[in-house]
Design a protein around this ligand. Structure first.
Ligand code: ZN
Length: 236
């Protein structure tokens, strides 16, 4: 089958045979794919040393009639993110986001919302002299990412009885159950104050620039607990 041009991000690579890599990519057209990069280990020239994470790559991928493994014919850098890769805090934030995508994106299924939002996150983290804490961008991406893959946290109504939470009111949230759990339905150990809940809800619907520094740990915990619960079910 002929190569089809695509763009994507490197999620990981493992040695294969004597001179190859099997790379995991998150691509615009094919979603998450595994591909054989022949000769990539033997000669850096073969792929020009571009098989690195964080940069957007132009990819020539060849589908094969059988099996999940594609062939990576060519790769080049479409967008280099030199500021992102020069800072430890932005690298850590980007690496965590790519880890979420790697763990939860289905194989060979395009995820256009996720693809657009991870590129947006990487671009935000690449801005020179960015003063905002990179984890704020990460937490906003994470809450939206849950929505984009269909497991968004319901921050407006109880997931048990469906009762809406009044605007501005504090509420209990259980990420493992997918959202708010009202007091009548047993509540949960985590409580979100009204304004915090509103900010989280805005981030979940894709608005950026809404979270504040004290939100970081709580938002990241919600995202990772929701993902862990989802993956547990998916794997189980
Ligand atoms: Zn309820």
């Amino acid at each position: 089958m002929p190569s089809s041009p695509d763009t994507g991000l490197l999620l990981g690579k493992v040695d294969y045979r004597e001179s190859d890599w099997v790379v995991t990519l998150f691509t615009r057209q094919h979603g998450r794919v595994s591909a054989l990069a022949r000769g990539a280990r033997r000669s850096q020239k073969r792929f020009g040393g571009v098989l690195e994470p964080m940069h957007t790559l132009t990819l020539a991928l060849e589908e094969r009639p059988t099996g999940d493994l594609m062939i990576l014919r060519e790769a080049s850098i479409e967008v280099a993110r030199i500021h992102l890769v020069s800072r430890l805090d932005t690298l850590e934030a980007a690496g965590r986001a790519l880890g979420w995508v790697r763990a939860s994106a289905p194989q060979q299924q395009p995820e256009p919302l996720v693809y657009a939002s991870i590129l947006e996150l990487l671009d935000q983290l690449d801005q020179p002299a960015q003063q905002r804490d990179p984890r704020l961008f990460l937490a906003e991406f994470g809450l939206y990412f849950l929505s984009a893959i269909g497991i968004g946290i319901d921050l407006h109504s109880c997931v048990r009885c469906g009762r809406a939470c009044a605007e501005g009111r504090a509420a209990y949230v259980d990420p493992k159950k997918g959202g708010l759990v009202c007091r009548a339905c047993g509540g949960a150990s985590r409580k979100l104050e009204g304004p915090e809940r509103e900010r989280f809800a805005q981030a979940s619907s894709g608005t950026s620039g809404v979270l504040e520094s004290p939100d970081i740990e709580g938002a990241l915990l919600l995202v990772e607990q929701a993902l862990a619960a989802h993956l547990g079910i998916a794997r189980g």
